[in-house]
Design a protein around this ligand. Structure first.
Ligand SMILES: NC(=O)c1ccc[n+]([C@@H]2O[C@H](COP(=O)([O-])OP(=O)(O)OC[C@H]3O[C@@H](n4cnc5c(N)ncnc54)[C@H](OP(=O)(O)O)[C@@H]3O)[C@@H](O)[C@H]2O)c1
Length: 290
């Protein structure tokens, strides 16, 4: 979902882009097959492309699958980052590692970059380890960009927090959304622009690059439903205790984006701005507006 957006915008800005993939060929960029968990493959691809910068948005993002298969989560979300970081260091390429609000416990909320991470599930643990691996790219050569509940128009076969609401409500189907879990929903287009600016300006260290609004998942689903002109009354609020998730979720993993808002020209969008832009993009894609 995010990788496609970054490639689309990087090409629009005139960059030469190699889009690596494992199973699903990308729409844009020079496609290169790569299983990032294999060091020799990573080194071969980085040598071939000889990039100025590497943006790693690949991950095992299914939180419950990570809980079931923690070793696989570690391979994809952490060990593969060490391979990328070593190659980035060897080839003097700047590395942006995309990470997550799930590195935090969720006990506090509105986390800033200086708050200590303390993940509560295997996905969060593997991504935190990935952040540490990114440092192997060398001093002054890496940035960790943390996002939260990323949404946008991506691959149709892989839904997200906003497309799920659209798909279900437009068919008149009821959905249940948790009202006791808070996050900072991040529109993929906004995030891709922030990441590209990080690349171009070589912004260093950890950055919270999520949306700017702390909101619970139920209220966010209602916002998306209403913005899209759908019947938000079909969304039923529930407590997370009623959902049989394998992995524990952080209660409030919302992120403080003040640092990012101060450093970047592309500002983190509010939830309302993100929802409006998401709706506008749908209309552009449908050819209804320019
Ligand atoms: N989605 C969210 O709500 C969310 C929230 C916070 C942070 N993030 C972070 O944002 C980033 C992007 O998330 P997303 O939702 O855009 O992810 P996504 O749609 O699930 O895409 C992840 C991609 O990783 C690739 N991949 C998986 N294993 C690989 C391997 N061994 N080698 C090479 N590629 C591999 C997959 O490629 P193929 O399709 O070709 O197999 C897939 O397209 C991730 O780092 C994620 O942790 C996401």
């Amino acid at each position: 979902m995010l990788g496609n957006k970054i490639v689309e915008q990087a090409i629009a800005k005139g960059h030469e882009v190699y889009s690596t993939y494992r199973h699903n060929p990308p729409r844009l960029g020079v496609p290169l097959v790569l299983d990032q968990t294999i060091q020799a493959e990573v080194e071969k691809v980085v040598s071939l492309a000889s990039p100025d910068a590497i943006v790693n948005s690949a991950a095992l993002t299914d939180v419950d699958l990570c809980e079931e298969l923690p070793e696989m989560a570690r391979f994809v979300n952490s060990i593969s980052v060490s391979h990328l970081a070593s190659s980035a260091s060897a080839h003097k390429a700047f590395l942006v590692q995309v990470s997550t609000d799930y590195v935090f416990s969720g006990e506090k909320g509105m986390y800033s970059e200086t708050d200590p991470p303390s993940p509560v599930n295997e996905y969060g643990r593997s991504k935190l380890e990935g952040e540490e691996m990114a440092r192997l790219a060398g001093e002054g050569n890496w940035c960790v960009a943390r996002a939260s509940v990323v949404y946008g128009w991506g691959r149709p076969q892989r839904g997200n927090a906003a497309t799920y609401v659209y798909d279900k409500l437009s068919k008149g189907e009821q959905i249940r959304m948790v009202q006791d879990q808070y996050c900072s929903p991040t529109y993929n287009d906004n995030l891709a622009r922030m990441i590209l600016e990080i690349v171009e300006k070589r912004v260093l260290g950890v950055m919270h690059t999520s949306g700017a609004t702390r909101i619970n998942r139920y209220d966010f689903a209602v916002l998306i439903g209403k913005t899209l002109g759908l019947d938000a009354g079909l969304i039923v609020p529930v407590d997370s205790a009623s959902i049989p998730w394998k992995a524990k979720r952080p209660r409030d993993s919302s992120l403080n984006v003040q640092k990012c808002a101060g450093v970047l020209d592309e500002k983190p969008m509010s939830a309302a701005e993100g929802a409006e832009s998401f709706w506008k993009e749908a209309k552009v894609r449908a050819g209804q507006v320019a």
